[in-house]
Design a protein around this ligand. Structure first.
Ligand code: SAM
Length: 297
């Protein structure tokens, strides 16, 4: 079921109660919880946890070929995008590298991107901010309504109106100057052209019937950050949910589409076929698959 569509100049808005709840519990509670966590990002003197996309130091593994060695702080956790406890982040530079590698494998120029386990929507929001020129659309889906509420807020930040509103919010909170400067740099980026059309939907990525209801037109790259138990759990009856997800996504996408799976639990990849590309980055195991034409019998 499509919950909400964000189009240039289009719909925006969560029910007031949900929005107030998110503002109270998401951002503020994140700050409090974070006191116990190591982080360099501070909000009103308190540490803010990483996420929805966090800026992690390079770890052995991926050699970055496409994502330049520069600051990703503007899209980092606790800076501009919204985060909340229970929504693990994804390193921004790694997201960019995976997206670009997937585009190369898919052999496409501009492409539609889908995150079928979007959580807070960090991956799609970050790429819509950093690579708007390479995207025709983004689609974010998840089984969790709470995740989708947060993802709506983050996708809203890929539009000039959303960022301007966020700026006002941060100012009212007397946020540190660095955060306002990040908003201004992002605003400058998004004002350069029309926002990337974004859609959100609730869907179980392991359920072919659910996935069949999604509008996947133009989707050529999928990046799925699989649940890893400590913060986000699988919501599926499937005995090997990652393998089931892969089969479900491949069955729904057109030939040539590239699916990237990321997990910190290698065991979760049980039952998945060998990947076209496979590598490790820090704790993450990454697998890239390309959907092939069905073979004639
Ligand atoms: C590791 S988190 C993704 C975090 C995300 N990359 C971000 O930046 O916020 C995994 C997500 O998978 C979702 N999930 C769990 N089971 C699912 C399923 N069967 N179908 C779709 N999403 C699912 C959870 O609700 C959670 O939001």
């Amino acid at each position: 079921m499509v919950l909400r569509a964000l189009r240039p100049g289009g719909l925006w808005g969560l029910p007031g109660a949900a929005r107030r709840w998110l503002e109270r519990s998401g951002v503020e509670r994140a700050g409090r919880r974070a006191a116990a966590q190591p982080s360099d990002v501070r909000h009103r003197g308190r540490r803010v946890p990483p996420g929805p996309v966090h800026v992690a130091p390079d770890r052995p593994g991926v050699r970055f070929e496409y994502a330049p060695d520069e600051s990703y702080q503007d899209v980092g956790g606790g800076q501009v995008l919204h985060s909340a406890p229970g929504f693990p982040g994804f390193p921004a530079r790694l997201a960019l590298e995976l997206f670009e590698r997937a585009r190369v494998l898919a052999g496409t120029g501009r492409v539609g991107l889908w995150d079928p386990m979007c959580g807070a929507g960090g991956i799609v929001a970050t790429l819509a901010l950093l690579r708007r020129d390479a995207l025709t659309r983004v689609l974010a889906s998840d089984v969790s309504d709470r995740a989708l509420e947060l993802a709506v807020k983050n996708l809203r930040l890929t539009t000039p109106e959303g960022l301007a509103q966020r700026r006002g919010q941060l100012r009212a909170q007397s946020a540190v100057t660095g955060r306002l400067e990040s908003v201004d740099r992002l605003l400058e980026k998004v004002r350069r052209g029309p926002p990337v059309p974004a859609d959100l939907a609730r869907a179980d990525a392991t359920d072919p019937a659910d996935v069949a209801r999604l509008d996947l037109a133009g989707i050529g790259v999928v990046i799925a950050d699989l649940p890893y138990g400590t913060q986000a759990d699988w919501s599926s009856e499937a005995p090997t949910p990652a393998a089931r997800t892969l089969r479900t996504l491949a069955g729904a996408l057109g030939a040539g589409a590239v699916i990237v799976l990321s997990t910190v639990n290698r065991e979760d990849l049980r039952g998945c076929p060998p990947a076209l590309r496979s590598f490790k980055h820090g704790r993450r195991h990454l697998r890239m698959y390309r959907v092939e034409e069905p073979t004639a019998r």
